[in-house]
Every structure is written in structure tokens, then in C-alpha cells.
Design a protein. Structure first.
Length: 286
């Protein structure tokens, strides 16, 4: 038996060829514990964990499952291009993020589109003085290369705009070498660490300390950029956004109508004024 240091969502751990290998919960697929587990297998294990027969939650309690679904994974651990929930299906990128509208089961996803750029944006808690940008950049670069085993050449930027910290990870299909961890997996581990939901065995998360000062975060958002643009239509916009668009269009139409009516009235007034002047001239001439 052995301990999978980089993934606690596993079972049946054993030594194999000098390496600790375990079965990923939910899929049973064997994973190598010396490197990061793929995001697809981690999501599948998380869904299975939330379905396990543990103590019932209080009546009105709910779980933050935004973006979480039970994915179909390849034996390699990669996401299948087409994902479904019952009769509803959609296409995903290599990060498992939906990139099309939702359709019925007849949907065709011809390829798994690569996520080549991931932007991690964090907002730190309010503080009296700004952080040292160079110290911050060094901390996150060192942490990502050592803790998540990502080659430093894929970390293209660590930007500090008080109170926002933005980390850019770029890795297209041609630059990714055999054995390199995937930026989608790194971002998933990182996000869980920052939110105190670490996937690592016996870890509370990433201890962020800049110049020996602990740093707390209020918000973390991850954005994905694919090699091929996503295929969303207006149907996928939130109802609130559509309502705003409708209100703006109605306001523009109303403004045009008022302008036209005002000009017409002005025209009638000018014509009436000219008519009265002509009658006065005729009266004087008589």
C-alpha cells in the first residue's frame, strides 16, 4: 500500500514499478501518483463523492456545484468531446468547459478543442498597503512550477493590479511536450487549493504568503480561451442580459419616434406661420 500525495480522491493504492498507482474514484481508471491527475477524472470522483451515502444534510443546505457535472472520460483521463446529462448534450474543450449551446442527443462534436490559454484572476482581501509585485510574481511562479509540476515556460504572465492578481497559463497543442502536465489540470488543482478544497493528500490548500505576510482571497475566477472560438448563440445568453438588450433597443426606437414627431410638428408650425404672413401681405396690398 502507498499514499497518493497528489490526489486524495482515489482507492486501491499500490506500488507498481517503484511508483504509487491508485484507482480514481468513480471511474476506476488507474492513475500515477507522481504527477497531477486529469481534471476529468477529478470531477468524476468529486461527483461520486457528493453522491456517496454519507449523513443527510440539513433540509435547506445546498452544495456549490456550479460547473460541476459527471463527465465522460477517455481511458487516458481526457474529456470526451461530447458530454451529456440525460438527453441534453453539449461539446466541451480540453478543460471540460462547455463551448456550445446545449442540444439533444443527436449533437455531433467532431473534435476535442484544445484550451490553449487559461487566465486565473484573484482578488485579495482589503489591505493598507499594496503587495510587492516582484515578490508576488516569484511566489506564484515558484508555487506553480513546484507544487503543480508545470514547466515555467507555460507561465506567461503574473500581473498585479491592486487588488487583482492575474496569472496567464498558455500551452497550445504544438508546444506541449510528452510528459508535461496540462494547464487545465493545473488550473483545477490551483483553484481548489486557493478555495481551501485541496485535492492533495492531507493538505488544507495553498498557503499564500508574500514577503512573510499571509494573503487571503475574496474571489477567484478562471477564464478559458480555446484554439477555436466557442459556438454560442443568443439562446445561450442569460435572460437578464437579453432583457437589458431589449430595453436598450426599445429606448433607441422610442427616441427615434420622438425625434420624427418633433420634426413633423416643427414643420407644420413653420408652414402655418408662412401661410399667416402671406394672408397679412394680401390684406395690406388690398
Amino acid at each position: 500500500a502507498c499514499i497518493c500525495e497528489k490526489n486524495k480522491r482515489v482507492s486501491n493504492c499500490r506500488m507498481d514499478g517503484g511508483r504509487c498507482r491508485c484507482d480514481s474514484i468513480g471511474s476506476g481508471i488507474s492513475v500515477d501518483c507522481t504527477t497531477l491527475t486529469s481534471k476529468c477524472l477529478l470531477m468524476k470522483a468529486e461527483v461520486m463523492g457528493s453522491k456517496s451515502g454519507r449523513r443527510e444534510k440539513p433540509k435547506d443546505a445546498f452544495e456549490d456545484t456550479d460547473g460541476l457535472y459527471d463527465p465522460d472520460c477517455e481511458n487516458s483521463g481526457a474529456f470526451k468531446a461530447k458530454q451529456c446529462n440525460g438527453t441534453t448534450c453539449w461539446c466541451v474543450n480540453t478543460a471540460g468547459v462547455r463551448r456550445t449551446d446545449k442540444h439533444d442527443a443527436d449533437l455531433k462534436c467532431s473534435q476535442l478543442v484544445r484550451t490553449m490559454w487559461i487566465v486565473i484572476e484573484m482578488k485579495h482581501a482589503e489591505r493598507n498597503t499594496p503587495l510587492n509585485a516582484e515578490s508576488l510574481k516569484k511566489f506564484f511562479t515558484d508555487a506553480i512550477t513546484s507544487r503543480y509540476q508545470l514547466d515555467g515556460r507555460y507561465i506567461t504572465n503574473v500581473l498585479y493590479e491592486n487588488p487583482y492578481i492575474t496569472i496567464d497559463l498558455k500551452q497550445n497543442s504544438s508546444s506541449k511536450s510528452l510528459g508535461d502536465v496540462d494547464i487545465a489540470d493545473v488550473a483545477y488543482y490551483f483553484e481548489k487549493d486557493v478555495k481551501g478544497q485541496s485535492i492533495f493528500h492531507n493538505s488544507a490548500g495553498l498557503n499564500v504568503s508574500i514577503d512573510n505576510e499571509p494573503l487571503k482571497f475574496e474571489k477567484t475566477v478562471v477564464y478559458y480561451v480555446d484554439e477555436i472560438a466557442p459556438e454560442f448563440t443568443m439562446k445561450s445568453f442569460a435572460p437578464g442580459l437579453i432583457a437589458v438588450i431589449v430595453v436598450v433597443v426599445v429606448a433607441i426606437v422610442a427616441a427615434i419616434v420622438v425625434l420624427v414627431l418633433t420634426r413633423r410638428r416643427k414643420g407644420k408650425y413653420v408652414k402655418a406661420e408662412v401661410k399667416e404672413m402671406n394672408e397679412m401681405h394680401r390684406g395690406l396690398n388690398a
